[in-house]
Design a protein around this ligand. Structure first.
Ligand code: BYC
Length: 471
């Protein structure tokens, strides 16, 4: 089961040939996906040879094969993790009953909505990043961008497979619409706000892969717990691909910090103006980017109090990430202390699951911060340590929506909040400065001046390997 059949038009490990109707429907969608990729995917690099990894099996070890591929020839396909024998529902009111191999009628529209929302983010991120290749800081980074992009394309395939295989005509229509909405489109935007924010510079790309892909990790982990077994299996394999995206974010920001510290040492100053004049990203500017992307990604967990999340959990559709780590899997008798602008409030735990998930997400976000701050402290600049903004800061959804709160979580007078906001998130001139740094570097082994080289290359290749051959 683990092996992937690459001899078919659509590589898969779900025995697609055994279901001719489904195969035909997906083969009908395939050229539309390729048209979308050519029109909305990375611009101008379609004929480049990119050193990409491709899944060869869904085993946890050794699933990837590396080689030069032109992106439109990437073998996008359908890969589900192996089934778990006699898998049972692990949470909610139906806990202990057999997992579902088909969609129960009563949950059909909710499950479809969850799958469509997940699916919508995947092509959205490719669209957000489509121009980045033109300003890549190195061939190593360019290759990582394209790896992330083709895998987001594959994640779209994963959701489209579920829609086609389990949701009939409605599912096929939703699959079409996934290619028709576009990031930032005034008439047909992507569903979740963060996926309509432009990513026009590499600092934003590193922050997006650090914070927003990590939301992906948490959402996929919670869907991997689902009683709907095909969803669980597809999310389990998607998570193995997702790990690289967060690696790109964490090491990317780490390399920016490293380079900035080198420049500070060379100049003997921490004066942001001098650091900028030397072509590097001062740490307060990086902090603004972290504030922007972290707060935007926090919204992706939904409201603190959510009857949707309560119903999804109780019905077995969506669990908590790593559900097995908890003792109580039903949550009918526990409560959660929620902090709101009006003070504290005790609410049923079932209704607080978005917040529970947001809290564990933030803990995970701290890991990179600790690493970057160690480097900052070692360089003797502990006072410039980076921080995560409070979950109350700049929220567009939930209890803290539109509240005048500073990044430390303190409520301010609205007028002073408005005056200070651009001290906390990038201003237009900050963004213009970052854009000015974005000069394309494509000589093998060369690196832009604002980011340090990575510690090692991809798949044991040297850092100076020609990861993308531009023709
Ligand atoms: N923007 O009860 P509420 C990834 C809507 S990232 C706009 O507060 P709920 C990736 C919500 O849909 C992971 N609308 O929240 C990363 C609902 O509308 P309806 C993506 C929002 O439902 C990088 C209403 O507000 N996966 O994979 O508990 C690159 C009330 O909702 C937002 C998923 O998100 C928002 N931020 O949870 C590539 C998993 N937040 O239904 C990929 C699937 C909420 O009343 N989605 N709303 O019309 C879900 O589990 C849930 O839909 C959400 C919201 C977590 C998003």
């Amino acid at each position: 089961m683990s092996g992937i059949n690459y001899s078919e038009k659509i590589p898969n490990n779900v025995d697609l040939v055994g279901d001719r109707t489904l195969q035909r429907a997906l083969e009908h969608w395939q050229p539309k996906f390729l048209d979308w990729w050519r029109g909305m995917g990375p611009t101008d690099f379609q004929s480049a040879d990119v050193y990409l990894r491709t899944a060869v099996s869904v085993d946890s070890d050794g699933w990837a094969q590396y080689g030069a591929v032109k992106m439109p020839d990437y073998r996008w396909g359908i890969f589900l993790a192996d089934p778990v024998a006699d898998r049972r529902i692990g949470f909610g009111d139906q806990m202990g009953q057999p997992a579902w191999q088909q969609v129960p009628g009563e949950y059909r529209s909710t499950l479809r909505r969850l799958i469509v929302t997940q699916g919508d983010t995947e092509p959205a991120s490719v669209e957000q990043q489509r121009l980045l290749g033109h300003t890549c800081p190195s061939l190593y980074d360019l290759r990582n961008l394209f790896q992330v992009n083709v895998e987001e394309g594959r994640h779209l395939w994963a959701m489209v497979y579920l829609l086609h295989a389990y949701f009939g005509r409605d599912g096929r229509e939703e699959a079409e619409e996934l290619l028709q909405r576009h990031s930032g489109d005034a008439d047909k935007p992507r569903i979740l706000t963060t996926f309509n924010e432009p990513i026009s510079d590499w600092l934003s790309f590193y922050c997006f892969t650090y914070f927003t892909d990590r939301d992906g990790k948490y959402q996929l982990k919670s869907l991997a717990e689902s009683a709907f077994d095909p969803l669980s299996r597809t999310c389990r394999f998607m998570l193995t691909e997702e790990a690289h995206h967060m690696f790109v974010g964490e090491t990317g920001i780490g390399r920016v910090v490293k380079r900035t510290l080198e420049v500070m040492k060379e100049l003997g100053t921490d004066d942001p103006a001098k650091i900028r004049a030397a072509g590097a990203v001062d740490l307060p500017l990086l902090q603004k980017y972290l504030n922007f992307w972290c707060s935007s990604s926090l919204d992706l967990f939904g409201s603190e109090q959510s009857s949707n999340s309560a119903a999804n959990f109780a019905n077995g559709l969506k669990g908590r990430p790593d559900e097995a780590q908890y003792e109580d899997h039903v949550l009918r008798s526990s409560s959660f202390k929620l902090s709101t602008p009006g003070g504290g409030e005790e609410i049923p735990m079932l209704n607080a699951l978005n917040e529970v998930m947001r809290e564990s997400y933030l803990k995970d976000c701290e890991i990179g911060l600790k690493r970057w701050n160690r480097a900052i402290e070692r360089a003797g600049h502990a006072g410039l340590a980076l921080r995560l903004p409070s979950t109350r800061f700049r929220r567009s959804i939930g209890a803290w929506l539109d509240q005048p709160v500073d990044p430390s979580g303190k409520l301010l007078e609205r007028s002073s909040y408005e005056k200070k906001l651009l001290d906390w998130i990038p201003s237009e001139s900050d963004r213009a400065f970052v854009r000015s740094l974005m000069q394309r570097v494509v000589e093998p082994g060369k690196m832009a001046g604002w980011v340090a080289p990575p510690e090692r290359g991809i798949n044991n290749q040297p850092v100076g390997y020609e990861y993308v051959k531009l023709h």
